[in-house]
Design a binder for this molecule. Structure first.
Ligand code: GUN
Length: 300
């Protein structure tokens, strides 16, 4: 049976470490890190994610600046707002009581707004999501480092390393090629000296490729797509999928499942993350960690 990686517990440990550093910074410099969280429209999933991010900031002593914009906001007004956050005196200016060292624009944005354009306008030094094209570009280059790593891929690597799974020289397969998870996760694994293959919706016979992997990062958004028989015995399996499936036995009428068939795969894998309680709590924690790192670069 696999060791089940408890993402909630690891996240709690890291959050305590961050809270301690925030306390120490505020004692030393008389100011705390701040994070601007921008949301456009009323998508239920985005509101729930943003709510978790703001609550986590409050719990750790990081100031969150809440910017809620209507669905109809124009691209140019959203960009104006980002520019204001880039230059706001509270934003990344040394000597202030609060330093808003991070800006996060929750994705997806409404269809009439070009996400790429908006993300490109965020100050590089405050890009705590790591989605600015220059930060992503550096992630893709040998011997260069972005100022921030994207949160979900960073969470996957942190879970592997805190579980004692070494990456160097291993065969890693990433399932999914999204800009938010699959692609940056594969680049991070490459930086950590894994031999990386990306499997995606057009890959023929993905199971034969996944079966070779010492490390699997599943980020396809397909409920329980990866079967136990696809997993190499002893492999480390990190499941990023968070899929709601109907479940009449639940009060809510649904339950969350990952991209991996946990029951089958946990009998074969060496390590596995559950859904919920695996990568999810770690992703928000990595955002807070990035926010702290951004603040420290300016404070110190
Ligand atoms: N939407 C889904 N995941 C993310 C994320 O990590 N950051 C942002 N900004 N939006 C998201």
């Amino acid at each position: 049976m696999a060791t089940v990686i408890d993402g909630k517990a690891v996240a709690q440990t890291i959050r305590s470490e961050i809270a301690e550093e925030v306390r120490a910074l505020s004692q030393k410099y008389g100011k705390v890190p701040g994070l601007a969280v921008v949301i456009v429209g009323n998508r239920k999933d985005s509101q729930s994610y943003v709510g978790m991010k703001r609550k986590a900031c409050a719990e750790l002593g990081i100031k969150s600046f809440d910017i809620d914009l209507p669905e109809q906001v124009s691209e140019s007004d959203l960009i104006k707002q980002v520019h204001q956050l880039n230059v706001n005196p509270d934003v990344h200016v040394c000597g202030k009581k609060c330093m808003q060292s991070g800006i996060l624009v929750q994705l997806p944005l409404p269809k009439h707004i070009n996400e790429e354009k908006v993300l490109s306008e965020i100050s590089l030094e405050k890009d705590v999501d790591g989605f600015h094209p220059l930060n992503i570009g550096k992630l893709a280059m040998k011997d260069r480092d972005p100022l921030f790593l994207p949160c979900t891929p960073k969470a996957c690597i942190e879970l592997l390393s805190r579980s004692g799974v070494s990456i160097k020289g291993k065969k890693a397969v990433v399932v999914g090629r999204s800009n938010i998870v699959g692609l940056p996760a594969s680049l991070l694994l490459l930086k950590a000296d894994a031999t990386v293959t990306i499997v995606h919706s057009r890959t023929t016979q993905p199971e034969s490729i996944i079966r070779e992997a010492d490390i699997v990062i599943a980020a396809a958004g397909q409920p329980m797509m990866i079967k136990g028989s696809w997993i190499k015995p002893g492999a480390a399996v990190i499941d990023v999928g968070t899929n709601a499936v109907d479940d009449p036995t639940k009060k809510s009428g649904y339950r969350l499942v990952g991209d991996v068939d946990f029951e089958e795969a946990s009998k074969v894998a060496g390590w596995i993350t559950p859904v919920p309680g695996g990568v999810g709590p770690m992703t928000v924690t990595m955002l807070l960690h990035n926010t702290l790192e951004g603040a420290k670069r300016c404070f110190e």
